[in-house]
Design a protein around this ligand. Structure first.
Ligand SMILES: Nc1nc2c(ncn2[C@@H]2O[C@H](COP(=O)(O)OP(=O)(O)OP(=O)(O)O)[C@@H](O)[C@H]2O)c(=O)[nH]1
Length: 881
């Protein structure tokens, strides 16, 4: 049986990557494909030689030569039972020792060393020499020496080879050098496997002496035993070589010491004979083992977006200190628990030569992908989903009303659309679903989500008003979403309507009208009169036709949440648009960390329906918690499955929050220093629906400058509770805000008792205005300085009231009642108040350019001739955010 060794073992042995070994192997023409591929020991040795020496020819030579001798070895081996082969391996090291011993003994005859360690090693080797001598007497086939390769490593080393018996030579096909020589020792100085086997076979009979030899710490079990020891062997070889050069003679004198070494009793008996040699060997092995772990070169890692310094170090298999050092050298003071930003990860990956892939741990339980169904042949046409966007008051809601023939605008607080609403209408028997996105800037986040499910975007532009900032924003969103765009030129009933102006403005922004040779349809409409509505709908259907929108009604349902809230009596509800499949009452669904069984589906007309087909919209009742808008809802086969996904997601969200809370703590430390005296207005916020909560939160967070900011200490969907009141009462500088929610009896009473001011709103911009006002009130007044003029001091004289500076006004005018500063050689030496300003003996309010005057400064008598006196005023400025 031929012993085999795997590529990764060779790689480990050499401390290099498996792929490099694979590459080298293929260079040599050995057929290996991966780290798990195995090669014969012959090939392995050749391969190792090649890798170590880098010389293919040399490496391969031994292979060919070994063929002769090894063949005979193998034949012998074949005769011996497997057990023997194992023994051979154990005994193999002895052979190596013998070789080195031979070398040492011979070399040591010429030189001496005083190095104690080396002497000790020699003691061991001498023991081995003796053993070998015996062996050689008994068996003649143990003549193994590797000369040349060893010499390459250690200069000045002379190794006396023993000639092989002629018989063996006959079988050797190589002519350049004795086969033994070549096969016996690898570039490591190790004996080839064949020879080892042969030796082992011979030594089999000498088991007792074998134990002694082991003590020398020179184990050679090239491929079958511990790889660490093989490497150790390499190290030993190095030591021996050094000894050769310097300590040959000492080996002999040390021999008598042998008996001095007391033999340990019991289980350590075998180990004792070569204690020092063993020690050396152990040390080396330890060292090797350590190196081995460090040497595992990581070239590619997958890491989550949020990763701490120590986690990164672990991933790339480097000491934390190394990572911190690199960060430090970049001026980044980070501790091992700090999170790495994307920039830092990039730098570190370059620095350590590691390719980094950032993975989303959510992928592990991404039900959207798990359940993703390609649109198959069963897919049929589905209605388009349209998002109407545009600048505030350009008529989005009115247009949708005109389409739906229903009045929504009148019910809306403040006349502004507050929430995303989704409705399906029919035009000539074909369904079209509209998402009504709110116009206020605060809702841009929701609007962006709205575009995710959108097939076609209708941008409403009032023909009398033209392109406005939010129109630009919408154009940007539309471009990003890559959905086709139709422009509705609204308010065409107005006399001031100027469609060409709008077309021009839109064309400037890359939206070229079809009638101008572009590809964007501009449809003139009037939400007021209903003009052009049909045309708009026809265009929508036409565009949808081109898009060939399809979905499989029979697939497991997938829907997007456009709005969600907590409703009394119904619990968590979510308005969804089905993207694929059919959502049915009774379906088990998962939606982010929310899950449940659909109890009811309520359409836009508040009617209960049994199922919801692709592109249709309804309110879903039955979730265990309120999902976020933009979340994907998927139907699951069972309650268990839905729950599992939701729980995994919940866990993920929680961990993420926790990890970020640590992160923010660390960041806070720096920001606390940076922000120093930053004043914050604490806010507790309650809203009726999720969408508003997010929109208001993000708008409030934007209300800040370098002096003041808003700190939302608590927020949530639902009514104002006593807890909210308590929280505000216990916090300094804190307000309680309610949006579309109002405090009830007990809460109101508690608020009164605790003196908590609850502010409720139903229009977002009013809430934001109020907060802006409050923040502004917290800001310190700002002053600007107005310089009035300067005068040069020409003389000074004392008066009973203090020093008077006689000056001539050289620039502007000096004024009374303001502040004054004294400038000497361009440097301000004093700043204070002006006590008196006189022209001759009269007090004056101001002195003009070119006139002389007498000036007295409060508490300052050190004015000297040549000083410049400047008067200035501080003017308070209105502060704003
Ligand atoms: N004359 C005229 N007025 C219109 C037309 N469409 C809308 N309006 C008026 O323009 C104003 C704003 O209309 P909305 O539909 O509320 O505009 P919106 O874009 O939905 O506004 P937000 O909901 O605040 O985003 C209302 O007073 C409408 O009556 C139109 O075609 N002609």
């Amino acid at each position: 049986m031929t012993e085999k060794v795997r590529v990764h073992e060779i790689a480990k042995e050499l401390g290099i990557a498996s792929k490099d070994v694979v590459k080298k192997a293929s260079d040599m023409g050995i057929d290996v494909k991966s780290a798990n591929s195995s090669v014969t020991m012959q090939e392995a040795e050749g391969l190792m030689n090649y890798i170590m020496s880098g010389e293919l020819a040399q490496a391969s030579k031994p292979e060919t030569k070994t063929s002769a001798k090894p063949i005979s070895d193998t034949q012998k081996e074949e005769k011996t039972p497997e057990k023997e082969t194992k023994k051979d391996k154990i005994e193999a090291p002895k052979v190596d020792e013998q070789k080195s011993i031979e070398k040492n003994v011979q070399v040591s005859e010429t030189q001496k060393t005083q190095n104690k360690e080396k002497i000790e090693v020699k003691e061991l080797t001498q023991e081995a020499v003796k053993k070998e001598a015996k062996e050689e007497e008994n068996k003649t086939s143990l003549n193994i020496i590797e000369p040349k390769k060893l010499q390459i490593k250690k200069s000045g080393l002379k190794i006396v080879k023993k000639k092989k018996p002629k018989q063996e030579e006959k079988s050797d096909e190589s002519y350049n050098m004795p086969a033994r020589q070549k096969t016996a020792v690898s570039s490591y100085g190790k004996i080839s496997a064949d020879v080892l086997e042969e030796l082992a076979k011979k030594k089999k009979t000498k088991q007792s002496s074998g134990a002694k030899k082991q003590e020398q710490g020179v184990k050679i079990d090239i491929f079958g035993g511990s790889l660490a020891e093989v490497s150790m062997d390499m190290d030993d070889q190095v030591v021996l070589l050094d000894l050769n050069a310097t300590e040959r003679k000492e080996i002999v004198p040390e021999e008598p010491r042998k008996p001095k070494v007391p033999k340990p009793v019991g289980r350590n008996a075998n180990k004792k004979a070569a204690p020092k040699g063993r020690k050396v060997a152990r040390d080396k092995r330890k060292k090797y083992t350590k190196d081995k772990s460090e040497d595992v070169v990581v070239t590619h890692v997958e890491i989550p977006e949020d990763i701490r310094v120590y986690e990164f170090a672990e991933k790339i298999n480097r000491p934390i200190s190394d990572v911190i050092k690199v960060l430090f050298s970049l001026g980044l003071m980070m501790t091992k628990n700090d999170f790495l930003g994307s920039d830092e990860i990039e730098i570190l990956s370059e620095e350590f030569g590691v390719e980094v892939t950032i993975v989303d741990p959510k992928d592990a339980f991404n039900y959207e992908e798990d359940m993703a169904e390609t649109i198959d042949e069963n897919a049929t046409k589905r209605p388009p989903v349209i998002t109407i966007m545009g600048h505030v008051d350009h008529g989005k809601t009115s247009l949708l009303d005109a389409i739906r023939k229903a009045k929504v605008t009148e019910d809306e607080a403040g006349g502004i659309t507050q929430h995303i609403g989704a409705y399906t209408i029919e035009q000539h028997g074909e369904a079209i679903t509209f998402i009504d996105t709110p116009g206020h800037a605060a809702f841009s986040q929701m609007r962006q989500r709205g575009t995710d499910v959108t097939d076609i975007i209708v941008i409403v532009v009032a023909a009398d008003d033209g392109v406005k900032p939010q129109t630009d924003e919408v154009i940007k969103l539309a471009k990003e979403s890559e959905a086709p765009v139709i422009v509705a030129l609204n308010k065409m009933d107005k006399e001031s309507a100027n469609p060409d102006m709008v077309k021009g403005q839109m064309a400037e922004r890359g939206l070229n009208p079809v009638d101008w040779g572009g590809d964007i349809e501009f449809i003139p409409v009037s939400a007021k009169t209903g003009m052009g509505i049909d045309d708009l709908l026809e265009n929508i259907l036409l565009t949808a036709e081109v898009l060939e929108l399809k979905a499989n009604e029979n697939a497991m349902a997938k829907a997007a949440v456009v709005e969600s809230s907590l409703e009394k009596g119904r619990g968590a509800v979510a308005t969804v648009i089905v993207q694929n499949g059919t959502l049915k009452v009774g379906d088990y669904v998962v939606c982010g960390s929310a899950y449940g069984r659909i109890k009811a589906l309520i359409d836009e007309n508040k009617k209960q329906i049994k199922s919801l087909k692709p592109s249709h919209t309804a309110v879903v009742v039955g979730l265990n918690e309120v999902p976020s808008s933009g979340e994907i809802m998927m139907a699951m086969k069972s309650d268990k499955e839905a729950k599992e996904y939701a729980q995994k997601r919940h866990e993920y969200d929680r961990n993420k929050e926790l990890s970020h809370s640590t992160k923010s703590t660390l960041e806070d430390m720096t920001s606390m220093i940076a922000e120093g005296n930053l004043k914050s207005l604490k806010v507790v916020l309650k809203t009726d629906v999720h969408g508003s909560l997010e929109a208001i939160k993000s708008s409030l967070n934007e209300l800040r400058n370098e002096e003041v900011k808003i700190n939302i200490i608590s927020s949530g969907v639902g009514g104002i509770t006593e807890n909210d009141v308590e929280l505000v009462a216990n916090s300094e500088n804190c307000v309680l805000l309610g949006f579309n929610v109002r405090p009830t009896g007990s809460v109101k009473a508690l608020a009164k008792q605790k003196n908590v001011d609850i502010r409720t709103y139903s229009i977002i911009y009013q809430l934001l205005d109020d907060m802006t006002g409050m923040l502004t009130g917290m800001m310190a007044p700002k002053f600007t300085e107005e310089n009035t003029g300067q005068a040069e001091v020409r003389d000074t004289f004392k008066s009973p009231k203090g020093m008077v500076a006689g000056c001539v006004v050289v620039d502007g005018k000096l004024v009374r009642g303001g502040l004054v500063r004294v400038i000497r050689n361009g440097v301000v030496v004093h700043e204070g108040e002006l006590t008196s300003l006189k022209r001759f003996k009269d007090d004056v309010e101001e002195i003009g350019n070119g006139y002389e005057c007498g000036v007295m400064i409060k508490g300052y008598d050190d004015v000297i001739v040549g000083d410049v006196i400047e008067t200035f005023k501080k003017i308070e400025q209105k502060v704003s955010l």
